[in-house]
Ligand binder design. Structure first.
Ligand code: APR
Length: 243
């Protein structure tokens, strides 16, 4: 790593991570746009919509139940645990597009779930909302009020939870280092967060096994898996090493 980037990392006080499906790939959770992206013959981009849900709620729920079970059985990997570890030494927050809760399970405290949570279930009509980790015996599951339940996730075409989004902008606008991990940055508005950090003059680092549309705008673009690259970055920050 270049000396000046190492120096900036060592001196950084507020580090904001923007994470996507790639950080959980090494926990066995498929990414959306990768080669294993299709579920049965369906495109996740079409299933994760309000129209698909009302057209065939059973099918969409089968997809979510399979993912819920996979996610609940998955374990955080070295990428997640490294971010949690860094919280002991620096001000850290995690702006995640992931709905799997693995950052929190790894011990991260300051997590903003931009796209909601697959563990939280809510009613399509009434105010019911709760964390549910058991499987449902019939699909779609129904609320006590008689209407369908749905996962508390943000589907394409839906707005992000406003408080979470405003906090994410605030975090991105006030960090001195932003580390973008395992996201194709294909989805708006989450892909605007790096712009806020850049406007604040933050050091910009990307960790991804492939190049993305923002790689060329990074101070450092590491083309490595998250579980390998993040412990290396932590090592540099903690050692105070400048080379
Ligand atoms: N380490 C680092 N990066 C990885 C790894 C890994 N082990 N494996 C895959 N990647 C990278 C891929 O190269 C890709 O750029 O992770 C990225 C995953 O991109 P997407 O599948 O597009 O996932 P994400 O960016 O999180 O998608 C954003 O789209 O479908 C919606 O709401 C869903 O939150 C999701 C959003």
């Amino acid at each position: 790593m270049q000396d000046d980037i190492s120096d900036r990392l060592v001196k950084s006080q507020k580090i904001v991570f923007v994470t996507g499906a790639g950080i959980s790939q090494e926990s066995g959770i498929p990414t959306f746009r990768g080669k294993d992206g299709l579920w049965r013959k369906y495109d996740p981009m079409k299933l994760a919509t309000i129209d698909a849900f009302y057209e065939d709620p059973k099918l969409v729920w089968e997809w979510y139940e399979e993912r819920r079970s996979n996610i609940l059985n998955a374990k955080p990997n070295a990428g997640h645990t490294t971010i949690a570890e860094l919280e002991k030494y620096r001000k850290v927050s995690v702006l995640t597009q992931n709905i799997d809760g693995l950052h929190q399970r790894a011990g991260s405290k300051n997590v903003y779930e931009l796209h909601g949570s697959i563990i939280t279930i809510k009613c399509t009509v009434c105010d019911f909302k709760d964390k549910i980790t058991s499987t449902f015996s019939t699909l779609p599951p129904m609320c006590k009020c008689g209407n369908m339940l749905r996962p508390d996730v943000v589907w394409f075409g839906e707005a992000l939870p406003q408080d979470t989004w405003e906090s994410a902008i605030e975090e991105a606008s006030t960090c001195d280092t932003m580390i973008i991990v395992g996201t194709s940055l294909a989805v708006s508005p989450a892909n605007l967060l790096p712009v806020y950090a850049k406007q604040n003059g933050a050091t910009m680092i990307e960790v991804n096994i492939e190049k993305t549309q923002m790689s060329s705008q990074m101070d450092l673009s590491l083309q490595e898996p998250a579980a390998k690259a993040l412990p290396e970055i932590l090592g540099i920050i903690l050692s105070g090493k400048t080379g």
